[in-house]
Every structure is written in C-alpha cells, then in structure tokens.
Design a protein around this ligand. Structure first.
Ligand code: RUQ
Ligand code: CUA
Length: 671
C-alpha cells in the first residue's frame, strides 16, 4: 500500500477525531466549568445558599432529585463493570453512592478476597489460565439473572475480556462463587448476556484466533483463524455454570463484538454484531493498512443471527467437534442445519440491542450516523423465503432491504442503545458526545407525542460516552426514570488529580417525555475503565443480613463441617499438622495464644459466632499474607506452612467495637 492509499484510509478518522475534539471543546466551554466559591454563607435561606454557590435553579432541582439523606435507601441499584480493576461496582441510584466493590477476578483485601480464605482462593484458582495465576481481569458486561425477561435479583455474571473468563456472583451475599475460563478462546467481548430465564449465559468472542489456543501464521488468517460464540449452561439450583453441558459455535474470523439474547417474540434466538469482516490483519510496520483503517473499508459488516433453540438441539445430538476438550458446532454444521444467518449492518457496528418486546434488533455503526433497526418478523420471513447470497464461508446473507425496519439519523458515533417504557430508545453518541432519545416506531399516542422513528432530543454528556444504562433498560419492561452515561473521558469535570483522570458516570433524568432530559449528577469513579452497567429496582434484591446459621461456608452456601461453636475452641496436633478451631466475637478471638513449631502445617478455622447485623470481624496475620473477612455466622478457613519463626500478633482488622484494638492474639512459632 502506498502513502496515498494510506491517507485515504486515515483521513476520515482524522476528520472524525477533529470534529469530536471541536465538539468537546465547544461543549466544555458552553457547558461551563465553574470554580467553587470561596465559602458558603451560614444563612439557612436556600436561595441565598444557591446564589452564593453559583447554583442555577436547574442545579437546585437536580440536587433535590438526587440528594438522599442519611437512612434513605436508594430506589435503584446499578451493577457496573469495574473495567480492568477486574471487579464489579455496586452503586445506589439516584444518589450515585458507591455501595460496594465486589472482588471478582482481582484480590480485594477488605473482603478478604484472595488473601488466604479457602473459599476465595478456590474461586480465583478456577480462573487460572493454563495453570498460571491471572489476578486481574478486564470486566466489560455485567448481566443480572432474569426470570421471564425481568431481572430477578438472584445472580449477576460478568466477563473478563482480556482472558475470556466468566464469573458468577451470588446476590445472597454479593460474593463471587465461580470463575470459568473459556478453553477455546484467548479473549472475549460479547459477554455476558443471559437468555430470558437465565438458562444460558452468552459469551461472544472478539479478536479472531485459531480456536483452542493453537498457533497459525497470520498469512493463514482466512483458513485458520476463527471467531466463536460460547453458550454456558447455568444451573440455579447449584448456582454454577455447568461446564460439561455448555458448548460453542465456530464462526468466521470476523470480530464478533457484542451479543444479546432474543426475548418474547424472538426468544430462542441470539444476535451478535461483528466488525472487521474485511479480515484485516494489520501490520502497519510492514506497509499494510493499520487495523483501524483496514477493518473499516467496507460499508457493511454482518449481524450474526443464530437460531439458538435449534443450536441446543444440534449440540445435544452430538453434532459437535471437540476443540480443547470442549464441544464446538462446526461452521459447516451451523450452515447445513440453518443455525446461522447474516444481515448486513452499517458500518463498523458496535453492539446489538433487542427491544423490550423482542420485535426489533437495534444496531449502530460507529462510522454511520444512524441507528438501524431490524425487524425479527422480517428476518423470519427472509429466512423462510430462502434464495440467499452467501459470504466466502458459505453463510447465508439476508438482503438488507428485506430485514430493515427503519433507520433513524441520531448523530455522530452512535454506539449502544437502551430502552424506556414509553416507546423511547436511547443511544450513546461517542463523538458528539451526547445521549440521543428517539422513538422506536409508534405512534405511541398514550405514551409520547413524538412521531414514529424520529430523533426527539439529545443531552450532551462530559465526555465521550461509551455504554449507557437505563433503569431495567434491557428487560421486557424497562422503567425509564433514570439513565446513566458511562463516559470515557472526564477532562474538566473534576479537580485535576494528575494525568490519569477519574471516570465519569453521569446521571440523566429520563422521566419526562419530549425534549426534557436534564443531566442530574456526576459521579467520579476512581477505578477503571468501566464499560456496561445494569440497573435493577432495589427492592428486587433480597440479600442476607447475616449468614443463615452460625458456621456457614459461603463457598458451598451450607453449614461448614469445621464450624466452631462457643466453648468448642481447640488446637489439635497430629504430627506436624496443627488444626486450630477458633471463634470470633466482640471483642476477642478464642484461643488468644497459638503456640506452634517452625515447619508445622497449620489449618486454621475461624467462626464468627455473632448474629448481629454488620458485626463483621477481620483476621490479619502478619508475615503470612493472610487477611480474612469473617461476616456474622461465617466460618473461614485457611492453611499455611509455618516457615518463619517468631512472634506474630494476629488481630481483628474491622473496627468492630470499643475494644477492637484489644481483639488480638499471639501466634508463637518456636524455631
Ligand atoms: S463495549 S469496548 Cu461493551 Cu462498548 Cu466493551
Ligand atoms: Cu473484631 Cu475488631
């Protein structure tokens, strides 16, 4: 490729970037950065305080809509990806208060996640990649479990894009219970999404590679590299993914991006968008077009349309091939059995979102100013009619005009779509940056007055929005009310804390129809980079206040055989093996002296015998990298070899009581 060609590819991107920058600069200026006033008058007069702080009436209204006084519980809870923190964020809405950072792929000391406690080490061990610890993750898409397409508040799943892993979090105690490594893929992106009754968790791929971690030269990209989508069977009873009932489907080496499960009328189908149908392999250093240009040459990529109900039958009938000991439906089988169809989608699309009734699939092309809506009914008719063209791999392509319902011009850089209860859909516009409200068909006389398939309004956000999340916004009955814009850049929104800026979540009021869609609140997040979030009505969550009984094992969610009741505390020795049975209660551990010998193998069980709400104890053992959180009723166990001699004061690391500092003991390791 010569320089002129290269310019041809790069120019549109440079232009887009400049437009994006100008818009950011403009709205940064217009949106106004205001300096904090020096001080606030002591008067109790609201208007005086507002004037002194430079607050407009709209600011005061936003404050009143979001301020949540002490003791008032938030109406919604948002579960947000924590990005490469590898964790899951739990945030109350509309207050935008951070409630918890759930340890998932990354150790988290306060929760004792990954610092000795067996139940936590075992889960992190499941996440080993080829036998090696990978103690971080790039979490992208949380998915709340659903019953008949409604969030049920029981489980939440999240993917690790970097290493193609899926985690299962139990919402009875907000703890991670399982991590599954995808055996055929190096990384993923299109997960997690669930089917309407959470029987399956979907994990779509991203950057094509030989399936099963094999080597193949990039010269052989088209023949040896493959895309994939994996379907994990979830069992509510055990609360675990059933590895041996799960399967995958081989796909062409396009970059599958995000998936969504059909619902109601489209239940039983799965949809994934893709990009790089050009099959660009990069290599700018060798004079090839860079990936960003090479993967953006075609005007259309392919939405993948999967007959999932039929795929389950095909997998159950054993029409699979084993790749890395995992059953995969070969591409040819998918074609022969009518499991896989394509529909053209413009241009370098990002994500596909299914409307609440399941009748529409909504796709946005990052390089196209429209959202494109496909009709499930038309897709079915086109499949029925037959007579398709195919791609190079023989996969049938439905004609664009046969399956598209409508295209609405929403603005620059559209990405992700969420839904409201009133016929409105919302799409993030990365380049503007803004959130657009538009009408998903209609007319909806009783719900809104806007014409069908039209852009209604935009709210500018600060800045560069990726995903958006609306209250219950991807269920069969979205709530509306609130939408959060998960922004990639913050620029001038907060006090500068150095070149790495906080991530900015912005709360938007979508409770009023028409062009009213005000911004309410900014929430800086000190870890990053978050991607998707889901927002559930708070009263659907019914977590335990304390574990159901004293001596509870959170790993098995059942009584622990090593539970120790008050009065049963003891130290047992069998040769070099020492077993310690300890209790914790405000404000002491029993026993307080543990005398062992260097070289002993120590197994330590601690039961928190408290029944009081919030009476958590911590257990920190210096020198041995042990830190455990023991919530009321829990039995925690850990093991180590007493390699260093000396005197070790173990202590409670939660300020649990007035005499918390006295909640301590000595472990004496005699040389
Ligand atoms: S995505 S880059 Cu969900 Cu927009 Cu991961
Ligand atoms: Cu228990 Cu501090």
């Amino acid at each position: 490729m010569n320089l002129r060609d290269l310019k041809k590819y790069i120019l549109p991107f440079t232009l887009m970037a400049i437009i994006g920058f100008l818009i950011i600069a403009a709205c940064g200026g217009a949106g106004g950065t205001t300096e904090a006033p020096e001080s606030v008058p002591v008067s109790g007069d609201i208007n005086e305080i507002a004037a002194a702080r430079g607050l407009t009436p709209a600011d005061v209204e936003a404050a009143v809509k979001t301020y949540t006084p002490t003791g008032m519980i938030d109406e919604y809870v948002m579960f947000s990806s924590g990005g490469h923190s590898g964790q899951l964020l739990v945030i109350g809405m509309p207050s935008m208060r951070l409630l918890k950072v759930v340890g998932v792929f990354t150790p988290e000391p306060w929760q004792g996640w990954g610092y000795g406690a067996k139940t936590t080490m075992e889960v992190l061990d499941e996440g080993k990649v080829d036998g090696e610890d990978v103690l971080w993750g790039d979490t992208h898409h949380p998915a709340l479990s659903e019953t008949e397409g409604e969030y049920d508040g029981e489980w939440v799943f999240i993917n690790d894009k970097a290493n193609a892993r899926i985690a299962v979090i139990d919402l009875r105690d907000f703890e991670t219970k399982q991590i599954v490594k995808n055996p055929i893929a190096v990384n993923d992106h299109g997960g997690t999404m669930v089917t309407p009754d959470t029987e399956w968790i979907i994990e779509g791929g991203q950057y094509a590679a030989p399936l099963g971690w094999e080597y193949a030269s990039l010269e052989d990209y088209e023949s040896e590299y493959r895309g994939m989508v994996t379907f994990w069977k979830f069992d509510r009873e055990s609360g675990r993914i059933q590895y041996d009932q799960s399967f995958a489907m081989e796909l062409p080496p396009y970059w599958q991006d995000l998936c969504d499960a059909g619902k109601l009328v489209s239940d039983g189908w799965v949809f994934c968008n893709s990009f790089n149908t050009e099959m660009a392999t990069g290599g700018v250093e060798s004079g090839n077009p860079p990936f960003e240009a090479g993967a953006s040459q075609r005007d259309m990529d392919y939405m993948h349309i999967i007959n999932f109900d039929k795929a389950i039958e095909v997998a159950n009938a054993g029409q699979t091939e084993m790749v890395a000991d995992f059953p995969v439906i070969p591409m040819q089988t998918a074609i022969d059995e009518g499991l896989l169809y394509f529909a053209p989608e413009p241009k370098s699309p990002h994500g596909v979102d299914i409307s609440p009734g399941g009748e529409y699939m909504v796709v946005s092309g990052k390089l196209d100013p429209h959202v494109t809506t496909y009709s499930f009914e038309k897709v079915q008719a086109a499949i029925e009619a037959g007579g398709f063209e195919t791609d190079d791999y023989g996969i049938p392509i439905l004609a664009f005009d046969d399956v598209v319902e409508s295209q609405v011009e929403v603005g620059l850089g559209p990405l992700h779509t969420q839904f409201g209860p009133d016929g409105y859909a919302y799409t993030s516009l990365f380049l503007e940056p803004a959130v657009a409200r538009w009408t998903l068909g209609g007319p909806y006389e009783d719900l809104n007055e806007d014409p069908p398939w039209s852009l209604v309004t935009k709210t500018f956000v600060h800045y560069n929005v990726g995903h958006i999340a609306a209250a219950e916004g991807d269920t069969v009955s979205p709530d509306g009310k609130y939408l959060v814009s998960l922004n990639k850049w913050a620029i001038d929104r907060f006090k500068n804390v150095g070149p790495l800026l906080p991530q900015n979540f912005q709360l938007i009021d979508i409770g009023q129809p028409g062009t009213t869609m005000p911004l309410l609140y900014d929430m800086p997040i000190g870890i990053g980079e978050p991607h998707y979030a889901q927002i559930i009505k708070a009263d659907k969550l019914e977590p335990w206040e304390v574990y159901p009984e004293i001596g509870w094992n959170p790993g098995t969610q059942s009584p622990d055989p090593n539970a120790t009741m008050t009065g049963e505390e003891r130290i047992e020795r069998d040769g070099n093996n020492v077993d310690i049975y300890m209790t914790a209660v405000r404000s002491h551990f029993t026993p307080e002296h543990v005398e062992i010998k260097q070289g002993d193998h120590v197994t330590w069980h601690i039961t928190n015998v408290e029944r009081a709400y919030d009476a958590t104890h911590g257990f920190s053992l210096p020198g041995y990298n042990i830190n455990v959180s023991i919530e009321p009723g829990e039995t925690a166990s850990f093991e180590f070899d007493a390699t260093h001699d000396g005197v070790f004061s173990y202590y409670c690391s939660e300020f649990c009581s007035a005499l918390h500092l006295e909640m301590v003991g000595y472990m004496l390791v005699e040389p």
